[in-house]
Design a protein around this ligand. Structure first.
Ligand SMILES: [Zn+2]
Length: 228
């Protein structure tokens, strides 16, 4: 039964100890890469595993972690093998931004949590290449003129985070071509405009889940692509 997975089995992401390559996109991920394991495909990068929109909450604040997990549709525990202790150790939780924000609201009385959020947001902001985000934002608006206000920036910031961590600046131009922008928009639409994350959370295979929402994604793209 697929649906049991949500209740019993936690989704897991591993910080790899050896050199890894993504079994789907073929990208060389190096050592210490964050990977998901997917049966015969072996390691998947977080982008291919559709977990790269989640934020990392380091272990250490039990109340915040518990609340964030409660509010999340999709989350994954991050594990790393400890040679010394010969066991996997929990490094933290990957969780949706809104679930984390909601959990933090509830913990807001705790000033230390507030300080940590500011620190994390500053780090996140620093990771964004402003110019690149602006260009990407403009491209999304050009290709999808009826996209709701603000979404083009969400899409661009996410794409920028993804590329800043994975490929060099030289790849930015390539990432701005129509096909790449389209892929970024599709990923966004899937997560934000369809029940895709809920399907993944209940244990559906990613390709089944994608097929299930394909028509909904197509309709949204058509709507967003229309001239206003
Ligand atoms: Zn990949």
């Amino acid at each position: 039964m697929k649906s049991q997975r949500a209740g019993n089995t936690e989704r897991k992401v591993f910080i790899s100890n050896r050199d890894s390559t993504c079994g789907e996109c073929g990208e060389h991920l190096g050592a210490k890469a964050w990977i998901a394991l997917a049966g015969e495909k072996g390691a998947l990068c977080l982008a291919c595993a559709d977990l790269d929109h989640l934020l990392f909450l380091p272990a250490g604040d039990a109340a915040l972690t518990r609340r964030a997990r409660q509010h999340a549709t999709l989350s994954a525990v991050v594990l790393q093998w400890s040679r010394a202790r010969k066991r996997y150790e929990r490094q933290g939780l990957l969780v949706e931004a809104q679930a984390l924000a909601q959990a933090e609201e509830e913990c807001l009385a705790d000033s230390e949590v507030r300080a940590r959020r500011q620190e994390r947001e500053a780090t996140r902001r620093a990771a964004l290449d402003r110019q690149y985000v602006d260009q990407f934002t403009t491209r999304v608006r050009e290709l999808f003129p009826a996209c709701p206000t603000g979404r083009e920036r969400d899409i661009a910031e996410h794409a920028c985070l993804k590329y800043s961590g994975r490929v060099g600046r030289s790849a930015s131009a390539k990432a701005l071509d129509e096909a790449s922008v389209r892929l970024a928009v599709i990923a966004h639409v899937r997560h934000r405009e369809t029940p895709y994350d809920a399907l993944l959370a209940r244990g559906d295979d990613r390709w089944e889940a994608r097929a299930a929402v394909e028509e909904a994604v197509r309709r949204v793209l058509q709507k967003w692509g229309a001239q206003p």
